[in-house]
Design a protein around this ligand. Structure first.
Ligand code: PLP
Length: 388
């Protein structure tokens, strides 16, 4: 018997290989330029990314977490201020709020959805609330129009965590300038990923762009003159050169992710699992493809084991919600406090998805999933994550 080669969760080596001649040339150009901080590569990327995201300004920084922290600082959010965040997100969203000393106010997603909606947020707003920090999780955008309307009615800032949503659109408009500041990550595994760390903010407000630029540069706009206590957070020119190449391919790579998601949707339709869905008004970019199994104990975990045995690598986003992490133990959130986030931690399983995943492998994943009779996922009478 021959063992079929396994299907990786995300093949970053294949992503590099597809663009190797272009990427190598860009890296060589940056290496030979003599300019290793800032300079033309970085400026060109900021111009290109602002144009792509339909924003007036882009300021590149060292990574996505810094982008969020600098966004909060540029809006003067700090000790005593409350920031509304999703209970279900990657922990960086929470860490940014903690880093500026502000108070985290978690809000649960609607059952069956993965993101904040304006109606659920409203009752958490009080006189200490300063900002709403929605996350376009998994590449499925939130209804940012509704959130901005709510925020403006209450005089609140909106900071978007768009680390998983490069290229996503809401009602035809790209994510990038709906909120006051949008934070981006170019971590290698993101839809637009560097060959190392990178991040940026985009905004339509020149004053906020300038403030982030100063804060990311030791709090200085003139060398050796420091207006405030900033940090050092920069995108390297070599990474900017890489991103300038990869940005040109982002739409076509996102389109491949969308076809894979369609293929999964059709191929898994008969199973007793919930599939991620993009609202009608959204163009999702399918950073991840999490399926949701029933609440029955261990179905998800056994499914992951079975898939691994069949050579299919999956991941969990995320196995422990932020409020139950040791990092937040001092805030005394008890298990059961955010049941939707906790349910997702037990029931979600992210299937492979990425621009270099071939359809033959998607078909194989679909057929292995359809053959899991022993787990009850082929029996439509079990209870799954409640649908929207
Ligand atoms: C990746 C990610 C971040 C952090 O980005 P880094 O560049 O890794 O610091 C923040 N928020 C979300 C939702 C992410 O997925």
């Amino acid at each position: 018997m021959t063992i079929a080669p396994s299907i990786p969760f995300l093949d970053l080596k294949a992503s590099y290989a597809e663009l190797a001649p272009e990427l190598d040339a860009a890296i060589l150009r940056a290496s030979r330029s003599g300019r290793y901080i800032g300079g033309e590569e970085v400026e060109v990327f900021e111009t290109n990314f602002a144009a792509y995201t339909e924003a007036k300004h882009c300021v590149s920084v060292g990574n996505g977490l810094d982008a969020l922290i600098l966004a909060l600082r540029a809006l003067d959010i700090g000790i005593g201020d409350e920031v509304i965040v999703p209970s279900h997100t990657f922990i960086a969203t929470w860490l940014a709020v903690s880093a500026v000393g502000a108070t985290i106010v978690p809000v649960e997603p609607l059952p069956g959805s993965y993101y904040l909606d304006a109606a659920s947020i409203e009752s958490y707003i009080n006189h200490r609330t300063k900002a709403i920090l929605p996350v376009h999780l998994y590449g499925i955008p939130v209804d940012i129009d509704a959130i901005c309307t709510l925020a403006s009615a209450h005089g609140l800032a909106v900071i978007e965590d768009a680390a998983q949503a490069h290229g996503a659109k809401v009602r035809g408009k790209r994510i990038g300038s709906h909120g006051h500041i949008v934070a981006w990550s170019f971590y290698p595994g993101k839809n637009l990923g560097a060959l190392g760390d990178g991040g940026a903010i985009t905004t339509n407000y020149l004053q906020l762009a300038n403030r982030v630029r100063n804060l990311a540069n030791y709090g200085s706009s003139v060398k050796y003159s420091n207006d405030e206590r900033g940090i050092n957070s920069r995108l390297d020119p070599i990474q900017a050169a890489v991103l300038n190449v990869k940005l040109k391919h982002l739409d076509s790579w996102n389109a491949r992710r969308t076809s894979i998601s369609e293929h999964y949707k059709n191929g898994l339709a008969k199973l007793n699992i919930n599939l991620p869905q993009a609202p009608q008004w959204a163009d999702a970019v399918w950073h991840l493809y999490p399926i949701c199994t029933s609440n029955l104990a261990h179905v998800r975990d056994q499914l992951q084991i079975n898939l691994t045995e069949a050579g299919i690598h999956t991941q969990i986003h995320y196995p422990v919600p932020p409020h139950l992490q040791k990092a937040y133990q001092d805030l005394n959130f008890k298990a059961g406090k955010y049941p939707i986030a906790e349910g997702y931690a037990s029931n979600l399983l992210s299937l492979p998805i990425g621009p270099q995943l071939v359809m033959d492998d998607v078909d194989k994943i679909i057929s292995v999933l359809n053959s899991q009779q022993n787990l009850g996922i082929t029996n439509v009478n079990n209870q799954v994550c409640e649908a929207e």
